[in-house]
Ligand binder design. Sequence first.
Ligand code: SF4
Length: 316
Amino acid sequence: MQVLRSKRAGFCMGVALALSKLDDLVSKGGHVATFGPIIHNPFVLTEYAMKGVRCFKTVQDVKDSLEPFYAFSETLGTHGSPVAEEKKPFMNVLVRAHGIPRETESFLRGLSHVLLNDATCPRVKDAQNAINDATKAMPLESGGMGKAKTLLLYGDVNHPEVDGLVSYACGRYIVSSDIEKIVSYAQKHDSEHMVLAAQTTQDRPRFDILKERLLASACNVQVLETICDATRLRQEEALELASKAQAMVVIGGKESGNTKRLAEIVFSQNIPTVLVENAEELHREFFKGIKVVGVTAGASTPKCLVDEAEKILSSW
Ligand code: SF4
């Protein structure tokens, strides 16, 4: 089979940065953990687990893991003295590329024995800050209502990045990946000042439809452009490949939102599409009669997994 491989398949800038920060911490030794999975790829997560990197899901998990640190500090005695502080054991906790809620971050920063390292992707950070600035209350004298604006967030409910983004909203917020729901909320609350933003990995054409619907209505909505270009360009390139190939392979973690969306977008072109985590999940029967196959991968997929899939597909 001829394989058309996406040039943008694999780690995006935010994931590459987060992993290089984690590698740096691991190379220095000591206790290292991430808050939430560093990325949504089981292959990468297993590799780090084998290097001793722990993954905490909740703040309670972090607190529980610190018990031995507290006990050890007590054995040093003289709590708070410069000598004891110097010998104090600590755990490096890395914030993942998706970011975390603002309250969680301040809580973790306040924990003794924790050194918080931030690997939030710069684009996610920009989206958090933009939401914070845009939803602040406008003073009455400058034409505002003296009330914080409502955030309309186009994104997946319960996605870790979304949990982080909404924590930066200064007022009320709603989250949905359903255009109709957001439009209907905005129309029912047309006297409110609102801010529309999106999870960075959402599909841009759909967000544009939502934006146009809201701007065409009489709603008072300010739009923030928070969708990441890396996602848009990867999606556009996948569509281009799909127009040239007879089947498509999307490689990435099945828990990865951007990988699943990539597969959905390709599949919507009525082309046989398969989503796999690695080359072992490829089945030859699926490609019967196919001469040209396109290969793309999510933002959290390591290059070696794409290389492997390409090798197998070209040998068929
Ligand atoms: S997809 Fe974009 S926003 Fe998300 S981690 Fe990658 S570079 Fe950052």
